[in-house]
Design a protein around this ligand. Structure first.
Ligand code: HEM
Length: 394
């Protein structure tokens, strides 16, 4: 068979063309090189192998682009073991399941406030008013940013997404963030409080602590890794409930399905639909040899729709599935924030389903995000049909 041009379709049509393309590639060209010398990998078993074999598939962009070495120093997503192991162990000491679980009351309150404000608007937009706003508040709270500085933090999130260019006064965004967070960290080193920054400042494994720059890089990583991903998951869930009314009815009848609904949404529309690795040696995958020092892009979207792993992969089913999906990655870099994302999703959809009899997506939704890695919508204008009109207005 001739090799096709490797050009993923855009998400403009809501994803149908991309789904069809990914399915076609997975079945007929499971490992294929594009014109830019990047290797695309589509099958579940191969994508899983890439995630779990970090010796052969490195996360360190410095292997191909030496200039990035300084920028990624201390960023655990962009380093390999053993450096990764040390960072992850230290950070996990502070970012514990209890720290995440303890955030629930604050997430409930923040969600309630945002939904109330959204419902009062003439032009509610699920992304702008809730899905984009909530993760910033949550990450800010988690780190320990004082509530009065929330707008500042949100400003950084906006600027980071817009490309992180210089601020109005000419200083770089990184400098501004670093200055602010350094001052906060110094304060927490002196007087610990009940927040992640204090825990990170004092985390210790085998007598080792995190250096200041490592704590600061981790704070930036949380914002980069935990914001838009969660935004996309929340938006994709509303889109899925709209597109699959039977699934929506099942979850409304039995709200205990919310957690499995969220897993299914991330399987079906994974917010990070593909990742990047660099091969460290020549490696055989799917019957072809990928040369050493190649850029490799494992397609989570392809793996999550692979019939070799999932039963009925093209169907959307909110009931628990037996097979796990790869939306949160795998191996040593498995998403550190997955429990937090799941908690935010559960709180949001418990409240949305309780407060609205229907959430109708308005026409003209712009599907797509300005990154070829992200699956989701930038805007989501909705019509909210309240459930408790009488009770609430009484
Ligand atoms: C639905 C939401 C989310 C999705 C789909 C998602 C997905 C992922 C994926 C696929 C990876 C693996 C990256 C790789 O292997 O190169 C990852 C790593 C990571 N995620 Fe998430 N994520 C989400 C939410 C969050 C949240 C809420 C946080 C924290 C606030 C977070 C923090 C991280 C961190 C720190 C890493 C790097 C872990 C490491 O390298 O050891 N993520 N995430």
């Amino acid at each position: 068979m001739n090799s096709p041009e490797v050009r993923p379709p855009s998400l403009e049509d809501g994803g149908a063309a991309l789904f069809a393309w990914v399915d076609e590639m997975r079945e007929n060209h499971p490992v294929i090189e594009d014109d830019d010398d990047t290797w695309h990998v589509f099958r579940h078993a191969d994508v899983r192998r890439i995630f779990t074999d970090h010796q052969t598939f490195s996360s360190d962009p410095g292997l191909l682009l030496p200039d990035t070495a300084e920028a990624v120093r201390g960023n655990m997503a962009a380093v390999d073991p053993p450096v990764h192991h040390r960072l992850r162990k230290l950070v996990s000491k502070a970012f514990t399941p209890k720290v995440v679980a303890d955030l629930e009351p604050r997430i409930v309150t923040a969600t309630d406030t945002l939904i109330t404000e959204m419902a009062e608007r003439d032009d509610p937009d699920l992304i702008r008013d809730l899905a984009y706003a909530l993760p910033v508040v949550v990450i800010g709270d988690l780190i320990g940013i004082p509530p009065e500085d929330r707008t500042l933090y949100r400003g950084w999130a906006d600027a980071l997404l817009a490309g992180g260019g210089p601020q109005e006064d000419g200083t770089s965004l990184t400098e501004v963030m670093e200055n602010y967070l350094s001052a906060l960290l110094a304060q927490r080193r002196r007087t610990p409080e009940d927040d992640l920054f204090s825990a990170l400042a004092h985390a210790e494994v085998d007598g080792e602590h995190l250096a200041d720059h490592e704590v600061l890089n981790f704070a930036s990583l949380l914002l980069a890794a935990g914001h838009i991903t969660t935004t996309m998951m929340l938006g994709n869930t509303v889109l899925s409930l709209h597109e699959f009314p039977e699934a929506a009815a099942a979850v409304r009848r039995d709200p205990s399905l919310v957690p499995s609904l969220l897993e299914e949404v991330t399987r079906h529309r994974p917010p990070i639909m593909r990742l990047l690795r660099i091969s460290t040696t020549d490696v055989e995958l799917g019957g072809v040899t990928i040369p050493a020092k190649s850029m490799v892009t494992p397609w989570v979207l392809g793996a999550n729709r692979d019939p070799r792993h999932h039963t009925r992969p093209a169907e959307f089913d909110p009931r628990p599935r037996k097979q796990t999906n790869l939306a949160f990655g795998g191996g040593v870099h498995f998403c550190l924030g997955a429990p937090l994302a799941r908690l935010e999703g559960r709180v949001v959809f418990e409240q949305l389903l309780d407060r609205f009899a229907d959430i109708r997506v308005r026409d003209g939704v712009q599907v797509g995000y300005p990154s070829p890695m992200i699956f989701g919508v930038r805007e989501l204008p909705v019509e909210l049909v309240p459930r408790h009109t009488i009770a609430r207005s009484a």
